[in-house]
Write a protein that binds this ligand. Structure first.
Ligand code: IMP
Ligand code: MG
Length: 176
C-alpha cells in the first residue's frame, strides 16, 4: 500500500498538531455553547476522532453519510445516513476531511440551516482553495493542499488508503 504513495504531504505528527490547534480554538470559541460536531462519514472519521479528544468543553457528536465521489471525480451528492440528533437551535460544527469544490459542505450547511440550527460553522482538516466552485469556506482549517489528489487519514481512492496515518499524494499512474 505504501508503495502507491508518491510523496507524503502532511505527517502524522503534523496532523496531531493541527488537531490540537483546531481543538483549542473551538474550545475557546464555543465555551458555554455545547456545540454539536457533525462528522461526515466516512472520510472525516479519523479526524473527528482526534479532534474530539482535543476539545475540552462540553460537546456532542453525531454523524451523517454523504456520498459524492466516484474515483477522483466529484459526482452528485446523496445523503445516505442522517443524523440522530435534532439540530434545531443548536450550534453546529460540520467536520470533514477536506473541502474541495465546496459542494458537499454547502449541501450539508444548507440542510442544517433549513432544520433550524442556531449557527453552522465548518471545520475541515484540509482545504484545496484553488478548486472551489461554490461560494463557501471553512472557518476552521488545519492546512492547505495544492490541487493534487491526496489520500490517507480517512481520505480514500475507491475506498482504499483511508488507513494510512499521514496524508500523501497518490501516484498518478494509479488513477490516470
Ligand atoms: P467537494 O464537495 O468537492 O468539496 O468534495 C468534498 C469531498 O470530496 C471530501 O469530503 C472528500 O471525501 C472528497 N475529496 C475531495 N478531494 C479529495 C482528495 O484529494 N482525495 C480524496 N478525497 C477527496
Ligand atoms: Mg468525504
Amino acid at each position: 500500500m505504501e508503495n502507491d504513495i508518491e510523496k507524503i504531504l502532511i505527517s502524522a505528527l503534523d496532523i496531531q498538531e493541527m488537531c490540537q490547534k483546531l481543538g483549542d480554538t473551538i474550545s475557546k470559541d464555543y465555551d458555554g455553547k455545547r456545540p454539536v460536531l457533525v462528522g461526515l462519514l466516512k472520510g472525516a472519521l479519523p479526524f473527528m476522532s482526534d479532534l474530539l479528544k482535543c476539545i475540552t468543553i462540553y460537546a456532542e457528536a453525531d454523524y451523517m453519510r454523504i456520498k459524492s465521489y466516484a474515483g477522483t471525480k466529484s459526482d452528485t451528492i446523496n445523503l445516505t445516513k442522517d443524523l440522530e440528533l435534532d439540530v434545531k437551535d443548536r450550534h453546529i460544527i460540520i467536520v470533514d476531511d477536506i473541502i474541495d469544490t465546496g459542494k458537499t459542505i454547502l449541501f450539508v450547511k444548507t440542510l442544517l440551516e433549513q432544520r433550524g440550527a442556531a449557527s453552522v460553522e465548518v471545520c475541515c482538516l484540509l482545504s484545496k482553495p484553488e478548486e472551489r466552485l461554490v461560494d463557501i469556506d471553512a472557518k476552521y482549517v488545519g492546512g492547505f493542499v495544492p490541487n493534487e489528489f491526496v489520500v490517507g487519514y480517512g481520505l480514500d481512492y475507491n475506498e482504499l488508503y483511508r488507513n494510512l496515518p499521514y496524508i500523501g499524494v497518490l501516484k498518478k499512474e494509479l488513477y490516470n
